[in-house]
Write a protein that binds this ligand. Structure first.
Ligand code: SAH
Length: 572
């Protein structure tokens, strides 16, 4: 099972050396540095507060190299809202102090000790139980779960009061703990998968050693599973995962049940389900009831080794380029990806990636091949991301991926969890910088005749210009399409005056971006290249100076009387 990889957050160059030392201790962790203060880091952020809060809300463990007070003040507004919290630590920028702040039940003290040991200092552990026993009894290791937190707290305070304890069951991790053990003790730590009434003198810890096979889907599946466990006298906390056959992969009922029970969902080919079970749980105790089979293993199960998960394919839009214009759902998707496919430039833009993530960079033209490759990987149970710039549905990979799926009759492809995640398209990013040139009706056209006949493009340009729509031209020009833009502008000029405002955005949201405001009369194709977005105003689009820099450009939302006069000749 994998823990989320921590983020190391620094404010300036002074803490970079310590950040690097910590990064060496935590493979995969990325260093996040404040824009303008540090350069040589993995991720640049612009605002400390919002970055820290976003990481916290995504459950990412945080190692902040700054004063503990700053971290506390920044996260304070979020603390009351949340039950489970990721580990949060403050580390002195010179590495001389490691202070666990939050996430006691998420293993913050373990992380603090590991980091402190690597830096050659002592962690500032303040949790009494940890100090006394050397481990957090309320935070059992992976593969085990605590029965009840509130009862547990009381139990630990009794132990801290000096009472002895006996251990019932198999708890290898407690061998190191400094517990006062006595076989006759009144207090007991009980480890087992059988259902058991909670009592004050017992700390119940359940091994996640139970697998449930679902062969028939009932109406309230989670409830049916709970009942089956109850009949088998097995505690629901011991459930490690649900297993079903490949044919059930797209089942919403199964997904809901797994979510409700908080366990992973795994699949196995229909013919080999029983092999999968016996491979996972060995000579297990098995109970069956109404299409639900409960198999109890001797030891905790690792769901990652049982069958395989439903594969996922997300087609994502990076936005124009700047990290802060990427939607959070896309960032989260990139973080969970096993494989990332796309045109090399965009894959690089989507990084940085961890060493365990596989990048498949291909040529921009191999779209269908890339889409099919993505399905092949996802159908194996992998978590796959196909990247586009801007929005994936605008002259980009989403349509190619859907076309590949439509053409396929392979059920494994159709069972993939496919999702399209939107991004800020280049026309919208460019428009926003200029003002609101697309503030009224507009149309979006690609001037590339690689995938459609030029005659269609001419016809659409003519009709769109006639209809007085503002226009956004994608793919306006390239080396292999040198004359098309000039011809397009001629067509538009038949319906618009030379004063019509035009916005040119080049590499918007990327380093070296440029924005120009010009007019249709002054626009020539040599001002445009394939990295440019061309926005042509309608008859009502207006321009006025702004306090500083380029003028504002906007298209009013309504045709007032005055504007109607201007527009009339265009639409008559
Ligand atoms: N899916 C992308 C568009 C891909 S088509 C999106 O939604 O933005 C590629 C064309 O988009 C380029 O030829 C250019 O016209 C435009 N484009 C893409 N990114 C751009 C950027 N950052 N700045 C200006 N234009 C851009």
């Amino acid at each position: 099972m994998t823990h989320p990889v921590p983020a190391i957050v620094i404010l300036g160059d002074g803490s970079l050396a310590t950040a690097r030392d910590i990064q060496r201790l935590l493979p995969g962790a990325l260093i996040h540095g404040l824009s303008g203060r540090v350069e040589d880091v993995d991720v640049i952020y612009h605002e400390f507060g919002s970055t820290l809060r976003e990481l916290y809300q995504q459950n990412t463990p945080i190692i902040a190299l700054c004063a503990a007070g700053i971290v506390i003040r920044t996260l304070a507004p979020l603390l009351l809202e949340k039950g489970a919290e990721p580990p949060v630590l403050a580390v002195a920028e010179d590495g001389s102090a490691v202070v666990p702040l939050l996430g006691g039940l998420g293993g913050v003290n373990v992380l603090a000790r590991d980091i402190a040991q690597g830096l050659g200092v002592a962690a500032a552990i303040t949790t009494s139980g940890e100090l006394r026993f050397g481990t957090c009894l309320l935070n059992p290791p992976e593969g085990y779960s605590l029965g009840d937190l509130e009862l547990g707290k009381r139990f630990v305070s009794d132990l801290l009061g000096g009472e002895p304890v006996r251990i019932e069951g198999d708890a290898p991790w407690l061998a190191q703990a400094q517990l006062l053990q006595d076989r006759q003790a009144h207090l007991a730590i009980h480890i087992g998968s059988a259902e058991r009434e909670p009592v004050a003198n017992e700390l119940l810890i359940y091994p996640k050693s139970v697998l449930v096979l679902v062969s028939a889907e009932t109406a309230d599946l989670a409830d049916a599973i709970r009942q089956a466990l109850q009949q088998a006298k097995i505690a629901v906390q011991s459930l490690a995962c649900l297993l079903a056959s490949d044919q059930q992969m797209a089942s919403q009922a199964l997904r809901d049940a797994a979510d409700e029970l908080g366990v992973p969902l795994r699949f196995s080919a229909a013919g080999s389900v029983s092999d999968t079970i016996s491979g996972a749980v060995g000579a297990a105790t098995v109970h069956s009831h109404n299409g639900i089979t409960v198999a109890v293993a001797e030891h905790p199960l690792d769901p990652l080794l049982i069958g395989r998960p439903r594969g996922r394919l997300a087609v994502i839009g990076l936005g124009p380029g700047a990290a802060d214009l990427m939607v959070p759902a896309v960032k989260a998707e990139l973080a969970r990806a096993n494989d990332v496919l796309g045109y090399e430039t965009y894959v690089r833009m989507a990084g940085p990636f961890r060493a365990d993530q596989i990048l498949h960079c291909t040529d921009n033209r191999e779209e269908m091949q890339r889409a099919r490759h993505a399905f092949e990987l996802a159908a194996q149970g992998r978590c796959v991301v196909v990247v586009s710039s801007g929005d994936p549905g605008v002259f980009a990979m989403a349509a190619a991926v859907l076309e590949a799926l439509h053409e396929s009759s392979d059920p494994a492809w159709h069972n993939v969890d496919l999702e399209i995640l939107p991004g800020v398209s280049a026309s919208l990013a460019t428009a926003a910088q200029a003002g609101a040139p697309l503030g009224h009706d507009f149309c979006v056209l690609s001037l590339s005749d690689n995938l459609k006949p030029w005659a269609i493009i001419e016809k659409r340009l003519d009709l769109a210009a006639q209809a007085d729509l503002a226009m956004a031209f994608y793919n306006p020009i390239s080396r292999s399409r040198p004359w098309q833009l000039g011809r397009a502008l001629e067509i538009v000029a038949q319906h618009r005056t030379p004063e019509t405002p035009v916005v040119l955005g080049r590499d918007i949201g990327r380093p070296g971006q440029t924005l120009r405001v010009t007019t249709l009369g002054q626009l020539t194709p040599d001002q445009v290249d394939m990295r440019t977005m061309v926005l042509i105003g309608s008859s009502t689009t207006r321009v006025f100076p702004r306090a500083e820099g380029l003028p504002w450009v906007y298209t009013p939302r309504s045709y007032g009387d005055q504007l109607l006069d201007i527009a009339k000749p265009m639409i008559d």
